[in-house]
Design a protein around this ligand. Structure first.
Ligand SMILES: [Zn+2]
Length: 225
């Protein structure tokens, strides 16, 4: 099994959309400061961004531009993220969600085991090993913190799922969810683990119901909160 990842083609496709001026601000939420609707946002800057993708168990850097928009009401800036990106993360969304899911959905897994795919962890090529040689267990720990904070996205996805199927078993699945006590020492961490596991469940239902990911547009609309 190969770890899920955005591909070099995904990243090139986004770069082409940027270069052809296809990135629009309308999917962004309104400005939280001045309430200006995002359709009025103007292009502010293009920023090159490094992503880490996994090719045959090797971690490789790939680059593309992200578009920053500016609110004409108050000059606050907003970044447009393609669906393979999560703000402030270099690894891509499919990688982050897959490694987090395998950790939160298992009974006994440690973070050390969570980085392993078929007895090895994705690694950096010897030639540019300025970073850690392999995907680090602490990275998975941080990713869970991030995914555990998508409260608004999960809440909105749940509303859409229940509108589409009022008798969906999702509420039962969410209510039944348990995090083994050995996985946390504080209540704060427990909440992050629960939030992350809820996101994993909601994402699976969302994919089945709408044939798309909550990261495609919904997370952007919810300002990645
Ligand atoms: Zn504004």
């Amino acid at each position: 099994m190969m770890p899920p990842t955005a591909t070099i083609e995904d990243i090139k496709a986004h770069q082409q959309r940027v270069e052809k001026d296809k990135i629009t601000p309308d999917n962004l939420p309104p400005c939280p400061r001045s309430s200006v609707d995002s359709i009025f946002f103007k292009i502010h800057a293009y920023r090159e961004r490094r992503f880490l993708i996994i090719i045959e168990m090797l971690i490789k850097a790939a680059y593309c531009s992200l578009v920053r928009f500016k609110c004409p009401g108050c000059n606050k800036t907003f970044t447009d993220y393609p669906d393979f990106a999560i703000p402030h993360k270099h690894y891509t969304q499919p990688t982050i969600t897959a490694f987090c899911a395998s950790y939160v959905e298992s009974e006994n897994m440690t973070y050390q085991q969570a980085v392993m795919v078929d007895n090895s962890a994705p690694g950096y090529p010897q030639s540019d090993s300025t970073e850690a040689p392999t995907l680090a267990p602490t990275t998975i720990h941080r990713w869970i913190t991030t995914l555990g904070r998508f409260t608004q996205t999960c809440r909105t996805a749940l509303i859409l799922l229940l509108q589409q199927n009022p008798v969906s078993s999702i509420c039962r699945d969410l209510a039944r969810l348990i995090i083994p006590q050995r996985k946390y020492k504080t209540n704060h961490r427990k909440k992050q683990l629960v939030g992350c596991r809820q996101l994993v469940i909601i994402e699976a239902f969302f994919q089945a119901a709408f044939k798309t990911s909550i990261f495609t547009k919904l997370a952007t609309r919810c300002a990645f909160s």
